[in-house]
Write a protein that binds this ligand. Sequence first.
Ligand SMILES: [Cu+2]
Length: 355
Amino acid sequence: MRRTLSPFVLAAGLALAGVGHAATPPAVVSPVAAAAIDPSLAMDGAPAMSAVAHIGQPTNGVFGLQPQVTKNGLRAHWMHDTILLPLITVISLVVLLLLMWVAFRYRASRNPVASRTSHNTAIEIIWTLAPVVILVLIAVPSIGLLQAQFKPAPKNAITLKAIGNQWYWSYQYPDNGGFEVTANMLKEKHQVGKGERFRTAADGPELLAADNRIVLPVGVPIRLITTANDVIHSWAVPAFWIKLDAIPGRLNETSFTIDKPGLYFGQCSELCGARHAFMPIAVEAVSPAQFAAWVKAKGGTMPGAAAPKPPETAPVPNPAPAANAAGPVENTTVAPTISNQAATANPAGAGNAGN
Ligand SMILES: [Cu+2]
């Protein structure tokens, strides 16, 4: 029943998103005001979407992978459901039946004198070759998928740079003027002071909702680059089939193309410290036109557009909480400026700062 509802709910959510975007000028909306008025209003100029159950987020009591919205994700989902799961089920059942048969047929009461058989060439060949054949058969689609996942982004890709920090994500759009977005987890109602913004159902599930969502265009290849300012984090969004470690002093890269508009959630997936569980990822996938409008609202530019404004003139204030007042680092590919932990760039003789 849950499944049958989804298209309607999704349609309603998308319609809402469209209305919200059309009706809301890409102006500055203070996060507090946005929460107080209507959670579906655009946050800092973003096309607003409400979270939709079963899409881009985990569902209680449901087994299996989240519905995938990238080509690699669909391929991996197919491989998991069509090849791996049936295969492992058959192998487990065969082994179980063999064990039951051996335990019954060769029990001590029925075989007072134990057999002295120790070798059987035919059986030994079978139990060596069968696993080899199975592994080779799995390797064919598996290596193809691996190859697809490492395919470099094409020239027209839009770059999203995700930077892990203890414990929040910051983002840069180097192809769009280099503006930054800082995303912190939204607190629950009972955790905030008066007038402070808290999570609502429209923001997304507990622990997954972020104060600032990042926006990406649908149907356009995304080049994802990850790095970190302090320790290793991992940028992971299950619906995109993406999990990429974010490592200090190093850039990791992958690419993906989102096929369906929607709101997709993920989390840091590398144990990165005390608040590891509290650095969610929220992505709004929108039409390229809506993406361009969002970029403009953030003070950025689209590639090929007129002269880019310097990022520091961005009209949107950073709504990061005071805890992160140090703010995101400037647009740089290396050399984090606010790191207080060992990075690979530490000068020799800096001591064991990593400890
Ligand atoms: Cu982390």
